[in-house]
Design a protein around this ligand. Structure first.
Ligand SMILES: Cc1ncc(COP(=O)(O)O)c(C=O)c1O
Length: 399
């Protein structure tokens, strides 16, 4: 029988929670969390099977519903985030889709910021309307627009902050107030901020989603996602949606994520320190026309960023002098930094959003969001900052 690994009852700090919370130990008392790679669970009797299915016996039933390794990951994440409960999913997009579609019904309405990851915009702009859910997209930094978009049938507000790739910062507390006055839930995609740098629930949000694929795995291996919120939401509509539609996280991937959480703070703090140095280097470089980093004094939302985050994120976005050809020349000349559309890895990664992550948007929609052909998004890793700056400097010289 696996049992909860003992921890003191007193409140523990995040670094301790990330290493110990949620662990279940089998009869072997293993140190590292086990991978329970099983589809199902054997019942002692028909009576016990019946009791599992009518929820009078609390054990596991089937790994589409829950699994001990996945439960460890969910409980550790909930403790870190300060959430009552959490459910893991196969990918970040499964988390976002479930967070929205589990409780918004046909005939209801969503308000979302325009600056969203491309697939999230697809869910809100293209998929939801096919099921009778309408939406209004707003400039996330304009509180009047959030307010004006509210309709009597508004059920959810959705935003990401910092945004991908322009690193805008939106006011979670202020948007939460507008959402709650309208009787709607505020859902935050907290991928860019990470659970270390920003706590949306403490700021007033109702639901938080992550692509665990990013910083939580943190070493570019497995896909995963997670949704966190109140016990009522998570064990109610969310659990029903996930259990019946089936985007379950594999126990193996949950184990990778659990181990990722142990080093999450170390990794993202180092990467954010690197990012801050790189942003300062880029901002002063003659071949860079704009460097965007939320904690720099020239960021338009720096005061808000410093109020609601504890670091400026692991991402830096910038425009090189010129256009697509110059941006491509720069990317092609990098040797340490790798070209990919992913982010949140220990390795530094460069992306040209206009031709990859945001290619689906029309040129006008990209222009409205400030995503030009000269823009590059750098996901900063945990390498030595001086080596990264040298790599970037050589590549800028190649333009
Ligand atoms: C902000 C944001 N949300 C959601 C996702 C989706 O995550 P996944 O690729 O794990 O489905 C991503 C990245 O892909 C992202 O950058």
């Amino acid at each position: 029988m696996s049992k909860k690994a003992p921890l003191p009852a007193r409140k523990l700090k995040p670094a301790t929670v990330a290493v110990h919370e949620g662990a279940l130990r089998s009869q072997f008392n293993e140190t590292a969390e086990s991978i329970f790679l099983t589809q199902g669970y054997i019942y002692d009797s028909m009576e016990q099977a019946e009791a599992r299915f009518n929820n009078t016996d609390p054990g596991f039933q089937y790994s589409r519903f829950s699994n001990p390794t996945v439960t460890m990951f969910e409980n550790r994440m909930a403790a870190l985030e300060g959430a009552e409960a959490a459910r893991a999913t196969a990918t970040g997009m499964a988390a976002v889709t479930a967070a929205i579609l589990s409780f918004v019904n046909a005939g209801e309405h969503i308000v979302a910021a325009k600056a969203l990851f491309g697939s999230c915009r697809y869910i809100i702009e293209d998929l939801a309307p096919r099921f009778g859910i309408t939406s209004t997209l707003v400039d996330g930094s304009d509180l009047d627009q959030w307010q004006e978009a509210v309709r009597p049938n508004t059920k959810a507000f959705f935003l990401e902050t910092p945004t991908n790739p322009t690193l805008d910062i939106y006011d979670i507390s202020a948007v939460a107030e507008i959402a709650h006055a309208a009787g709607a839930k505020l859902i935050i995609d907290n991928v860019f901020a990470t659970p270390v740098f920003q706590k949306p629930l403490a700021l007033g949000a109702d639901v938080v989603c992550y692509s665990a694929t990013k910083h939580i795995d943190g070493q570019g291996r497995t896909l995963g996602g997670i949704v966190l919120g109140t016990e009522e939401f998570v064990t109610g509509p969310l659990q029903m949606f996930l259990r019946q539609t089936g985007p379950s996280l594999s126990p193996f991937n949950a184990w990778v994520m659990l181990k990722g959480l142990e080093t999450l703070a170390l990794r993202v703090e180092k990467a954010a320190a690197n990012a801050a140095k790189i942003a300062d280097f880029l901002a002063d470089h003659p071949k860079v026309t704009r460097a965007i980093y939320p904690f720099r004094p020239d960021h338009p939302h720096v005061a808000l960023a410093r109020k609601q985050m504890t670091a400026g994120s692991t991402l830096v976005t910038f425009d090189v002098r010129g256009g697509k050809a110059e941006a491509f020349r720069f990317g092609g000349a990098l040797e340490i930094v790798k070209i990919t559309n992913n982010l949140g890895d220990a390795k530094s990664l460069i992306t040209h959003p206009a031709t990859t992550t945001h290619q689906r948007l029309t040129p006008e929609a990209r222009a409205e969001l400030g995503i030009g052909d000269s823009m590059l998004r750098l996901s900063v890793g945990i390498e030595d900052a001086d080596d990264l700056i040298e790599d970037i400097s050589i590549a800028l010289d190649a333009i």
